[in-house]
Design a protein around this ligand. Structure first.
Ligand code: PMP
Length: 429
């Protein structure tokens, strides 16, 4: 029995399913989750001492690679001064100034401790600001486990939303309309009928939770247009894309400006952090300036601010995102070539430092149906074949992959060599 197997068995004694977040349980790929011990640069090492090239990066935060020496040094020095005060520190001002500089649509910003809190608070704020209750989200987008967002589409476009998890009240789900991603016509039609009742549209400007699906040209622009027409707040959930697809996030990459932005992951450099912010007139409604309540015991935590600030500083180096995008392109092009020579149908998507592999001959994949229509069995087979060969991909066909600044030619070459064998195994050769 491996140590991961032993640890997983022990974990299930007192942790539901043995994990503290469900995707870690390997339910969709089968097998035993890998328990990790340490990580450095592009590599993670498991409890049995096996090393993997990592494309999960803690689901996005580790854009500089794991255990970056400058971040570890900054955090270690800061830890000596105390872990939390529940009172303001200068670090929070430094963080707010840096975020507003990198993402100019954010004029005021409030820190939280997770991405879920950021989107939840942004929605409450949008509702408080507009005095409206309905919200619009998109099929296959994930914004954290917020009640109002754990909702799937009803049977028709304008029908009431249905809870996607027991425990979410139907009365709340009814206020959430779910539309197909990348379908500007559906948005125009729905907003044409209900726009004046809709508090906000929330969107992943590059979807990263149904694998990686970039916006089709005109989609984000259409959201901006209908929101302007109806006084609806446009929220970009950049928890995943922020500081990853470009230094200024997806809004910089695609040139569409939201009213509010939710951030997470990278902004904490691997510590538990989220943030939301945007237009000053909207953000001024947040307590203590305004009546919309929002708070957090550990919000703006000094250790998390230190890790995040150092991360933002290092990723602001000239050329960082261009290099990251080039590495990602090398990876996806190499994957396509490897699949093709093995006779496996594969389509890839990418945006900056995120990517998606789709086992389908019908690419490019642009929506939820395209993503769910891919060959799951082939993905599972490929995932395990790569894991065996020392490449750690997300253990689900519906998660984006992440490249870090520590992934160099050696790691991409190693990954592609493993992929050639893995695709051959998938093809049964
Ligand atoms: N929004 C997006 C786009 C996400 O990808 C995630 C997490 N994967 C969240 C929100 C929720 O963030 P957290 O897990 O930190 O609560």
């Amino acid at each position: 029995m491996s140590r991961s197997e032993q640890f997983f068995e022990a974990a299930q004694r007192h942790i539901p399913g043995g994990v503290n977040s469900p995707v870690r349980a390997f339910r969709s790929v089968g097998g035993t989750p890998v328990f990790f011990e340490s990580a450095a640069g592009a590599y993670v090492t498991d409890a049995d001492g096996k090393r993997y090239i990592d494309y999960v990066g803690s689901w996005g935060p580790m854009i500089l690679g794991h255990a970056h020496p400058e971040i570890i040094a900054a955090v270690s020095a800061r830890v000596e001064k105390g872990l939390s005060f529940g009172a303001p520190t200068e670090l929070e001002t430094m963080m707010a100034d840096r975020v507003c500089e990198l993402v100019p649509s954010m004029e005021l910003v409030r820190m939280t401790s997770s991405g879920t809190e950021a989107t939840m608070s942004a929605i409450r704020l949008a509702r408080g600001f507009t005095g409206r209750d309905k919200i619009i989200k998109f099929e296959g987008n994930y914004h954290g486990h917020v009640d109002s967002l754990m909702v799937k589409a009803g049977s028709g476009m304008l029908t009431l939303g249905e809870p996607s998890s027991p425990g979410v009240p139907a009365a709340l789900a009814e206020l959430t309309l779910t539309l197909p991603y990348n379908d500007a016509d559906a948005v125009r039609e729905t907003m044409g009928k209900l726009g004046d009742e809709v508090a906000c549209i929330i969107v992943e400007p590059v979807a990263g939770n149904m694998n990686c699906i970039p916006p089709v040209p005109g989609f984000l622009e259409a959201l901006r247009e209908v929101c302007d027409q109806h006084g609806t707040v446009l929220i970009f959930d950049e928890v995943m894309t922020g500081f990853r697809v470009a230094r200024g996030g997806a809004q910089a990459l695609y040139g569409v400006t939201p009213d509010l932005t939710a951030l997470g992951k990278i902004i904490g450099g691997g510590m538990p952090v989220g943030a939301f912010g945007g237009r000053r007139d909207i953000m001024q409604k947040i307590s203590p300036l305004g009546p919309v309540y929002q708070a957090g015991t550990l919000s703006g935590n000094p250790i998390a601010m230190t890790a995040g600030l150092k991360t933002l500083e290092l990723l602001s180096a000239p050329g960082f995102h261009e290099a990251l995008a080039a590495t990602t392109e090398r990876l996806t092009q190499g994957m396509e070539a490897a699949a093709e020579s093995a006779g496996v149908a594969l389509s890839t998507n990418r945006a900056g430092g995120m990517f998606g592999l789709f086992f389908t001959g019908d690419g490019p994949v642009t929506d939820f149906h395209g993503a769910t229509g891919c060959n799951q069995e082939q993905f599972k087979h490929f995932f395990h074949a790569m894991l065996e060969r020392g490449v750690y991909l997300a253990p689900s066909a519906f998660e984006a992959g992440f490249v870090s600044g520590a992934h160099g030619d050696a790691e991409i070459d190693g990954t592609l060599a493993a992929a050639r064998e893995a695709f051959a195994a998938v093809a049964g050769r």
